[in-house]
Write a protein that binds this ligand. Structure first.
Ligand code: ITT
Length: 199
């Protein structure tokens, strides 16, 4: 039987990416499908706190297995900013294009353009919380390239590549991305859990 699990996110791009990585081993249920339509508060100071806040929000209401991811772009020359504030870096509304403009402005003239994406996943399974992390190192280029992906993808080139995440297919991005790596750990864990006959 397919294991049903709720993904606590309002970001449709994340949902698509994670659905793609999970394949058909798990039935991913959206917030909308369980009747949660409001924005879930994210008031933590770390990715881990926010991921945990988003998964607990759902668990407290429904008591069902669920997970959430919180992701940040951490830029070395900006002391780790925008980090946990990545979604609302430039303004209170979430605007990818304003965020990119501000980041490029703040980085102009800086020699070190290295950065990393980091994802923390909080999974609540049978009432117990488990955490998974995924990181990809890379650099911020001077101008946008590509139109796939979302967020900061058009200006991020992962190490060992010459294309931005926005110039890659979802499969390619998932193979090496922060979220792809964190989800791979999540899947490994869930499969192990299942082979132990617990779910
Ligand atoms: P949920 O909280 O509903 O999951 P969100 O968009 O608010 O969705 P985050 O709090 O994790 O997600 O915010 C992270 C921001 O970082 C997001 O809005 C994007 O701008 C950016 N981001 C996250 N993952 C990314 C990725 O894979 N590629 C590029 N940018 C990404």
């Amino acid at each position: 039987m397919m294991k049903r699990i709720i993904f606590s996110t309002n970001n449709r791009h994340k949902l698509e990416e994670v659905q793609h990585s999970l394949g058909d081993a798990f039935e991913l249920v959206t917030l909308k499908e369980v009747g949660i339509v409001e924005d879930i508060p994210e008031t933590g100071e770390t990715l881990q706190e926010n991921a945990s806040q988003k998964s607990h929000y759902v668990f407290d209401r429904l008591g069902e297995d669920c997970f959430a991811d919180d992701t940040g772009l951490e830029v070395v020359a900006l002391n780790g900013a925008p980090g946990v504030h990545s979604a609302r870096y430039a303004s209170l509304e979430k605007s990818d294009s304003k965020n990119i403009d501000l980041l490029l402005k703040n980085l102009s003239g800086k020699l070190d353009r290295s950065a990393r994406f980091r994802t923390v996943i909080s999974l609540i399974l049978n009432g117990q919380e488990y955490l998974f992390e995924g990181i990809v190192n890379g650099r911020i280029i001077e101008d946008r390239r590509g139109c796939d992906g979302f967020g900061y993808d058009p200006i991020f080139v992962p190490d060992g590549c010459d294309r931005t995440f926005a110039e890659m297919s979802m499969e390619e991005k998932n193979q090496i991305s922060h979220r792809g790596r964190a989800v791979a750990k999540l899947v490994e864990f869930l499969k192990q859990y299942r082979s132990d006959g617990i779910i």
